[in-house]
Design a binder for this molecule. Structure first.
Ligand code: ATP
Ligand code: MG
Length: 449
């Protein structure tokens, strides 16, 4: 329900306004002075404040300036006497929603209040959504109790306060994007956009137009002006994921943007000043790419002003139980389940597993266990199958090169590798490939060893 606070030092005027607005179905509260209003605001969180301009003591403009709204700023309408239009303009400049001239016209009053209430509703809704977003990416929402995670959280707090460039490095699934978002949503830029671009997913010839935008006619097919991601992220953060995959010519352009803080749309002669914080991430070893000549050294040093390294989960096993509990709670909520943690023996299994897919893999294992489990706690049985198939899936992560691959050769190679790793013990080699002894032996026998 919309709450309206009426502030006027004339009792009769207050009563009239109250009667009209009550009649329109609003909940009204009244104050006879701006000073009293400031106390009332804290008690009743009004959506709209309708205040007289001229009052004994603090006037309407002062009231307008004093209402900052810790969580939510109400829409304020100032009532001015005929002939004081300049104060009305002043009020609008200072952030009033609108003004009404006295004597009031009932229809205009009702209409203005309705617009203000709608405005307040939208602002509130928007703030609620933003709050949800901020809560989701609170730094303390980053789970972990290992020393390395604590250090990491400390660094994140430090870099959140300013706009320094951050380079996040870590294996797949270690939380690079989560960390980038947490830095953004805890920085003064949080109300501005966070825009992510996966550099590995963009065809080389589209990079420039994606990042810098273009003018109409810049190239065939450019029918209308389109702003690029740098412009879209103005005031906010641009997250360049998989930055090691940025082609060399784009690396030169990125370096220039960082130095000049200016961009130019394709087909434009004009430069635009932009204010964008850059956060980059990669799961590759950029120093190695640099030695191979795939990454510019000057850009690398610009990007790694503050390097953040996210260690793989197997190197911070202390975090596994707390992360698992965190995900159980998350999926309990999502699926309406009431699973109370893990059996001690299944905690062991999780801690001892190498987690090639890191936290993302742990999350999906727990998600499925929560869905499938029929017991009060997650049992070893609930996760054992998951860990086995996950392991097999990981080993199958073979990228097929452009020229193709010989499946037969690959199979031979895998069999040989397994045999070497198992020191010739067939049972062990078979287990490494998730095969039975018999199957392994049959295949091994077929190949030219
Ligand atoms: N410390 C953490 N606490 C809670 N959840 C986490 C944590 N780290 C990562 N996650 C969760 O794990 C999942 C993977 O994280 P994210 O996408 O940030 O990884 P990434 O390093 O960007 O992976 P990739 O390199 O594959 O893109 C996400 O669902 C994220 O919310
Ligand atoms: Mg990522």
């Amino acid at each position: 329900m919309t709450v309206i606070l009426i502030v006027d030092d004339e009792p009769l005027q207050r009563d009239i306004l109250k009667t009209i607005l009550d009649g329109e179905g609003y909940e009204t509260v009244t104050s006879s002075s701006a000073e009293e209003a400031l106390i009332r605001i804290k008690q009743c969180n009004p959506d709209v404040i309708l205040t007289d301009l001229k009052m004994e003591g603090m006037d309407g403009i002062k009231l307008l300036e004093s209402v900052t709204g810790e969580t939510f700023k109400p829409a304020i309408i100032i009532m001015t006497a005929y002939g004081t239009i300049s104060s009305a303009v002043d009020a609008i400049k200072k952030g009033a929603f609108d003004y009404l001239s006295k004597p009031l016209n009932k229809d205009v009053l009702i209409l203005t209040i309705r617009r203000a209430a709608e405005h307040a509703r939208l602002v509130k809704e928007n703030q609620l959504l933003k709050k949800e977003l901020y809560d989701k990416f609170r730094i303390d929402g980053i789970v972990g109790k290992s020393e390395r995670m604590k250090e990491l959280v400390e660094i994140m707090r430090k870099v959140s306060g300013n706009s320094v460039i951050v380079l996040i490095n870590g294996e797949s699934g270690t939380g690079k994007e989560l960390v980038a978002k947490a830095i953004h949503y805890n920085s003064p830029r949080k109300t501005r956009p966070f825009i992510a671009l996966n550099c590995a997913a963009i065809p080389e010839n589209l990079f420039e137009s994606e990042l810098f935008g273009y003018e109409a006619g810049a190239f065939t097919g450019a029918v209308a002006r389109k702003p690029g991601l740098f412009e879209a992220a103005d005031g906010g953060t641009l997250f360049l994921d998989e930055v090691a995959d940025l082609p060399l010519f784009m690396q030169a352009k990125l370096l220039r943007v960082i130095q000049e803080k200016e961009i130019r749309r394709l087909g434009s002669k004009e430069s635009l000043t932009i204010d964008v914080r850059i956060i980059t991430a990669t799961n590759r070893d950029i120093e190695k790419e640099m030695q191979k000549g795939n990454f510019r050294e000057d850009l690398y040093y610009r990007l790694r002003v503050v390097p953040i390294y996210l260690p793989p989960l197997r190197e911070r096993k202390d975090d596994i139980p707390v992360l698992a509990e965190h995900f159980i709670e998350k999926y309990n909520r999502e699926f309406g389940k009431r699973i109370q943690g893990l059996e001690p023996i299944s905690v062991n299994a999780l801690v001892n597993y190498p987690w090639p897919g890191n936290i993302r893999q742990l999350e999906s294992v727990i998600e499925r266990a929560v869905i499938m489990s029929d017991s009060a706690q997650i049992t070893l049985d609930d996760i054992r199958g998951e860990l086995r198939t996950a392991k097999i899936q990981h080993h199958l992560e073979v990228k097929i090169p452009d020229e193709g691959i010989s499946f037969e050769e690959l199979e031979k190679d895998l069999l040989r590798q397994a045999m070497t790793k198992a020191n010739g013990v067939v049972a062990k080699a078979a287990r490494l490939l998730g095969m039975s002894y018999k199957t392994f032996w049959y295949r091994w026998d077929q190949i030219d060893q």
